[in-house]
Structure formats: C-alpha cells, structure tokens
Write a protein that binds this ligand. Sequence first.
Ligand code: 5GP
Length: 199
Amino acid sequence: MKAKKRQNKQGKIFIISGPSGSGKTTLLTRLIQDKKIGKLLVKSRSVTTRPKRLGERQGRDYFFVTKDEFRRLLKAKKILEWTKYLGYYYGTPKGPVENRLKKGKHLGLCLDLKGTRVLKKIYPHNTLTVFVLPPSLSVLKTRIEGRCRETNKKEITQRLRLAQRELLAASQFDYCILNQNLRVALRELKKIFIKENSV
Ligand code: 5GP
C-alpha cells in the first residue's frame, strides 16, 4: 500500500515526438502556456551541440554546449538519455528530471524516437508518449525549408529523409495527433493531458 502510494505520487513524463517540422515544440510550449496546465507541467531543457538558430536563446530553447562539454557531461553521468541527430548531440539533463519527478511534478519533453524509447524503458509506469503527425510530406518540406533558411540544403534533405523513417513509428506511441491546424492540435493535446492527469 505504501509503495503504491509512493509510486502514485511520482510525477509523470509527458513526451512529445514527431518529425522535424511537425510542430511538436510549439505544441508543448503552447500547452505549458495554459494557466492551469502550466502549474503542473514544465519543459525539460536539453543540452545540444547544434548551433543556435535565429531566435533561439541559451537556456530557454536549449543549453548550447561544445562537443567537449557534452562529452564531459556524459562521462560525469549527468545525462539521462542522449541521441546523435544529423551529426549533433542532444541530451536530457538527469538532475532536473529526477528532482522534479521526486517532488511529484510533471515534465514535458520533445524527443526523437531513440530518446522516447529510452525514457519509456527507464520510467515505464509514468511515461506518456504522443506522436505529432504533419498533414503531409509536402507541408513538412515547406516547414523544414522555412526553419532551415539559415542552414544548408543538405540538412533539409537529411531532415526530410529522417522524417519519413520517423513517421513509420507513429503506431508505437500512446497517442497520435494530427497537426494540420495548430489550434485544433493544441486542443487535442490539452484533452490528452487533462484525461491523463485529471486536471
Ligand atoms: P532540433 O534540431 O530540430 O531542435 O532537434 C532535432 C531532434 O532532436 C528533434 O526530434 C528533437 O525532438 C530531438 N531532441 C531534442 N532534444 C533532445 C534530447 O535531449 N534527447 C533526444 N533523444 N532527442 C532530442
């Protein structure tokens, strides 16, 4: 009884995944902007070696670090899970996740497939996964091109190729939502969060 009570008190991990350009980061950010939900859910900030994009801020979007710093964090076991995506490293800082869960509070993360699988394995009972589907590959291409304006064509092609592979994994998720219209997709996401957390 006591053990069950302790497990119930543990916070939940709310993972949003989907191909680059599916809108998963915007959806998670908007979800947290909801007054009621924002009191319960905070976004985990990943560490990455990817260069900062226009408009991104250190500590808000990511903790941008060098390869050496990333390796140092890995060696010191300060990264809970990590991935290499198109040549750059991305990782979830361990401390903030563990502290938050221990306090019974929830965490939202935007992860690739590898990260989603690893966290589901570490926290099988309190991880909820949502896959965000783009309306079509051509819409996805337009979104990626818009975002990668300051990067090269090669990266756009690589992101698109990866996206096609990622889409095949949608059925492995607890929920799938279609992001054709941001407002509708956000409504769906809120419904899922409320249902799973009885907000
Ligand atoms: P982007 O360069 O578009 O910001 O991110 C590339 C991919 O890496 C996205 O699918 C994003 O969700 C994923 N990602 C970002 N941070 C992490 C992380 O800490 N761990 C894992 N596994 N994936 C991450």
